[in-house]
Design a protein around this ligand. Sequence first.
Ligand SMILES: Nc1ncnc2c1ncn2[C@@H]1O[C@H](COP(=O)(O)OP(=O)(O)O)[C@@H](O)[C@H]1O
Ligand SMILES: [Mg+2]
Length: 350
Amino acid sequence: MRVVVAGEYAVTDKGMFFSEEAIPILDHFSGNHEVFVVRPQDHAEVGEELPTAHYQTRKPVTISGGSVDVAYFGVVGHKIHSQGLINGYVNTLKNVWALIERLQTTLKRGVPTLNPIAVMEANTSKRYLLDLQRRGDIRVIPTEEVDSIDRLVELSRSGELFLAKPLISERAKGATILTPDAEGELEGLLEEYRRPEQMNGTLYNRVVSAQGIIVQPFIGDINTHGERKVGVVDGKITLARVTRLANGVEGPRIVAYGTQDAVESVEYELGPEERRLVERAYHALNDLYTREERLPAHFVRVDLIGPRNEPMISEIEAINPHIGVGERWFSDEKIKHHLRQLEKGLSRYH
Ligand SMILES: Nc1ncnc2c1ncn2[C@@H]1O[C@H](COP(=O)(O)OP(=O)(O)O)[C@@H](O)[C@H]1O
Ligand SMILES: [Mg+2]
């Protein structure tokens, strides 16, 4: 099959470079398929034809949109460490959604995307936490949407610690612990992440109209239990690790786990409560957002915090779930199994 992967690559006089986390996936897919990478930044050039990097030959090629069988979005926004490219999905949000909009008209009707567009859209804003919480059968960190300064001030003075986070953000950007000392920052926070006025009807504008602020209790024991990051493919858990501050590091109180040197990740054996919660969360996400019945989200990463026996969902990543297949946290055998399951999604709908 012809697989188009949305992701980053860099061309230099030394050759073509891809994201380290994407390489095992691209390598695996190219064992059985023709793989072409298209960059979000090139969205304006996507018409009947798409500018791509042909992964097998490392050559730029233009292919016709009508010849594509499946589009894969799981590595969008991943860094290219070798080239110092540290972008991230949220930084490139405008380009990613412009690309998706173009691809919708370019690809043959019915070309599946992994994950489905509706799920990726819903997952871009942490609003899905509010939807999961409303269902009542999934333990989520208690989450409240806040759009007034009065409520933020009230929470700051409550005597308990709360954490405010933008709905559309990553790597803990904008996360603010609400203390009386931080009151001066709150107006600015609300302003910066306010839900925008409805603008014209591009897909990107619709996606960012889900911006805003949520507040959660600050979970102080996060570093005791660590943050567990669990890869789920087709409803089954494939990989799990736990991230914590490295031994002896006096950390900041908010840690964007996975982005800092002071953080270490090790493989993790999930307990039964954790497994149940992760599997339920996967199905709940699909129940909530899958419009096309036949296309559930194929792979997601579910993050848990809290005690092993009473875990809570802190985040679900259904767009670019960095689980660490490009790192050394898992055995080759486990990664191979994960990649095989991932690949099954490509042909599932054909
Ligand atoms: N309620 C919370 N209490 C304590 N720390 C939190 C809480 N929510 C998030 N964090 C910390 O902030 C980091 C980033 O938050 P997260 O919800 O994962 O958003 P993102 O990864 O998209 O920035 C987490 O890795 C965790 O360390
Ligand atoms: Mg996170």
